[in-house]
Design a protein around this ligand. Structure first.
Ligand SMILES: Nc1ncnc2c1ncn2[C@@H]1O[C@H](COP(=O)(O)OP(=O)(O)OP(=O)(O)O)[C@@H](O)[C@H]1O
Length: 227
């Protein structure tokens, strides 16, 4: 469904990702793991059009989208949830959702609440006052209102209280179980491999290991991450 082919991308003259090739299958989940600074976020930014690769191709459903602008990629069915539970903190949870729901092609707020019933009781609360877990759910709910076919998540469990991490993990797994394709950047190896059919390890901007997900891949990933 999404193919990142030999992507080189970085900032100014500095190349951060050196020829990464990653594939997210239709209805499948791919996880990208790697240490801080490995280039995971940079690669996601290239996938959604926020950074321009210096070389390589991005193909979505057979179409070369390398030169498309971010909003054109959203229209084709890509949604991106950046790191850090990003919401408008001064707006209520409902207003955060309405910002997307009331744009052209947006889904009604009610659809997000069906997926995330835990947001119902906090709809009138300012997003900045929600817990990290609630804000993450809100950020994912907002992305879902664009009606994506591929959800790109950058470290959805980062900065979340340990007691709520499982809730976020379940949310991501439930979405994946509906057939939504997911590209997941994640530091929690256990969660990433339990969720993903395919994994990639990125180290210093290179894909150094890849394979099928599942608990049996844990040792290979751990080894790849210690190199
Ligand atoms: N806006 C920027 N301008 C210049 N360099 C940047 C910028 N953002 C990130 N970098 C650099 O690019 C490299 C990769 O960063 P990136 O955020 O992609 O890594 P990451 O694997 O996502 O790490 P983390 O898990 O900490 O988010 C790092 O050396 C970082 O300092």
């Amino acid at each position: 469904m999404l193919e990142l082919q030999d992507i080189h991308v970085g900032y100014g003259r500095t190349t951060v990702v050196h020829g990464a090739t990653i594939e997210v299958p239709t209805n499948g989940v791919a996880a990208v793991m790697g240490h801080n600074g490995a280039g995971k976020t940079t690669l996601l930014r290239a996938a959604v059009g926020l950074l321009k690769p210096s070389s390589g191709r991005i193909v979505f459903d057979g179409e070369d989208i390398t030169r498309l602008k971010p909003h054109e990629r959203v229209r084709r069915g890509l949604a991106y949830v950046p790191q850090g539970q990003q919401c408008f903190p001064q707006l209520t949870a409902e207003e955060n959702l309405r910002l997307v729901a009331e744009t052209k092609g947006g889904k009604p707020v009610g659809e997000a609440l069906e997926l995330f019933p835990a947001l119902r009781p906090v709809l009138s609360r300012r997003a900045g006052l929600l817990s990290g877990g609630q804000r993450q759910q809100l950020a994912i709910a907002r992305a879902m209102l664009t009606g994506p076919r591929l959800l790109i998540l950058d470290e959805p469990t980062e900065g979340i209280q340990p007691s709520v991490v499982t809730e976020i993990e379940n949310t991501v797994q439930d979405l994946a179980a509906t057939g939504l394709a997911v590209l997941l950047v994640e530091q929690h190896i256990g969660f990433a491999l339990a969720t993903a059919g395919r994994y990639y390890v990125l180290a210093a901007g290179h894909v150094t290991a890849s394979g099928h997900g599942g608990a049996e891949a844990i040792d290979s990933v751990r080894t790849a991450m210690t190199i």
